[in-house]
Design a binder for this molecule. Sequence first.
Ligand SMILES: Cc1cc2nc3c(=O)[nH]c(=O)nc-3n(C[C@H](O)[C@H](O)[C@H](O)COP(=O)(O)O)c2cc1C
Length: 226
Amino acid sequence: MGNSYLPPTIQAASGGCDPVALRAIFACFATGVTVVTANVGGSPVGMTVNSFSSTSLLPPLVLFCAANDSQTWPQIKSTGCFNVNILASDQGKLARRFASRDAPRFAGQTFFTPATGSPVLPGVLAYIDCVLCDTHPAGDHTIAVGQVVEAAKLRDGPPLVFFASTWGAHRPASRRRRLNWRGSHLARSLHLSDRRRVADVRVDDTGAVQTGGSAGKRAQMPIALL
Ligand SMILES: Cc1cc2nc3c(=O)[nH]c(=O)nc-3n(C[C@H](O)[C@H](O)[C@H](O)COP(=O)(O)O)c2cc1C
């Protein structure tokens, strides 16, 4: 029988818990992928995060979990702000880059800055710009809660999905659902027709930040919440 019962791999109540086995079970949960960024005195920082969750509409809150051994999280925390970049299915390379300590994450990268000054990366589906309003210790992670101050959908298309340690794209179950990517009420309500010119920023290969370039990029008018 295909569904035969197997004894549980994890029984924390009986003492101890194998983190490797637990990680494999957590990996059964497919997530989207974000890059959480901040602006540390003019220097951009960011890290790949899949623990992001929308949390509350009234007031508008989101959260993500930061590993306590992360080098980037204390920098984000020090700014009191962060921006959640929601990645598209063609941005796996960007996700890998912002998860690696091997190379400077922003070298050669352009971005623009919303209300808090935390970078919005090119090509993302949407961004959610936040003020850090609360932190909660949670084992080997810290739960960071942000109040949304500005948000915009920038693009249609499938999100980047992370499942069982692999990257993929969301595939809607029906053609009708595929069409809804473009036509959903939610997309329309966030896709305001008004557009504004936003300041572009570029970090060159030496890590120097150049602002106010002429490569001004047009973005959807964000919804400003505060
Ligand atoms: C798909 C994916 C999701 C990740 N999600 C998180 C996360 O939710 N929280 C976190 O602290 N690190 C997460 N990481 C790890 C960080 O991106 C990064 O690798 C780690 O924080 C080390 O870099 P740092 O020391 O600069 O923070 C994730 C990595 C990958 C590849």
